[in-house]
Design a protein around this ligand. Sequence first.
Ligand SMILES: *[C@@H]1O[C@H](CO)[C@@H](O)[C@H](O)[C@H]1NC(C)=O
Length: 397
Amino acid sequence: MGSYFGISTILVLCLLGISANAHVFTVPGAPGSDITKALLKAFTDACQAPAPSKVVIPKGQFKLGEIEMRGPCKAPIEVCMQGTVRADGGSIAGKDRWVVFSKINGFKLNGGGIFDGEGNAAWRTNNCHKTFQCKKLPMSVRFDFVDNADIRDITSIDAKNFHINVISGKNMTFDNIKINAPAESPNTDGIHLGRCTDVKILNTKIATGDDCISVGDEMTNLLIEGVTCGPGHGISIGSLGRYNWEKNVNGVTVKKCTLIGTDNGVRIKTWPSAACTTTASGIHFEDITLDNVLNPVIIDQEYCPHNQCNKAKPSTIKLVDVSFKNIKGTSKTKEAVKLLCSKGFPCQNVEIGNIDIKYTGADGPAVFQCSNVVPKLTGVQNPKACTGPVTMPPGQD
Ligand SMILES: *[C@@H]1O[C@H](CO)[C@@H](O)[C@H](O)[C@H]1NC(C)=O
């Protein structure tokens, strides 16, 4: 059974209050205690309530084991997390997940709380970036089949694997999310998304060891705006084409984003010996600021980390209607722009407008390389488009 609390205090604690007659279920727990069972009970009670309900994780530090908060719920549900939850090593060892929200329609998560994946020990044993036969490590927070959701003011630190994974959701907004892990932590993608429709990621700051945001197959209508990345591997569409069940990507806009010291800036990557033939279309990058980025602008259709594919087979992922506009800043290498499209399926309708990327190294100036693409040029290009020699990007994950 949930308990009623003074609504005014709850509203002060959680800025996004729900209607005044909502049920509030506060998770009991002494500081430092394990709240896994109590949180599951509060969630289950809230989920069964016929009116919109709220679960509150109070301020303080708690342990949390593997937990799936699963709907469908009888009414919309809000989880207001004010405290810090720490991944309890024992109960998630060998699992591929830690906190899962699934099958919820009408969901809010907020409150300023922190998911601490305590990944430090796991990173040292993780070899998943080098081999695909490795022991899975838990992703910190998963949203599976969550629709009509507003997720804001939440922090994830030191995930053992991906920080946030979003799959098969519709109409989701992520706003003011903070993600933090060391540059050398492997596989700690900030936010990975796949098979979702109508998702926004806004005003978010991601410092991590792998992709800042990575976009998997079957994404439709994704907006990434006002995101700052670094350190990490940058914003990536793909990798696409690794699995034969993949479907098309359509409509990804990345705008007003800043990348600081990342391995890539804005990237589209597809496997050469793709297991499927799909199209990725309507992919637009605009108003991007780069600060000392290794591969600032890159289409890489020969993405084959650690030689795990047949590079001789051209990628069968078609890239159509792609634009890069108003991209400025500095590059750490002279190869500032690389558009390496598939020889089997050259990129179609690629537009480049106003690029101004500087490289100050002794072997400069910056170059802009193209293969299997004839971009439509508008505005200014610095470096000049498609004049540099074509070289492969440095090996990278
Ligand atoms: C999208 O989700 C929000 C909740 O975050 C909701 O208020 C809005 O009505 C939903 N939009 C549609 C079209 O269902």
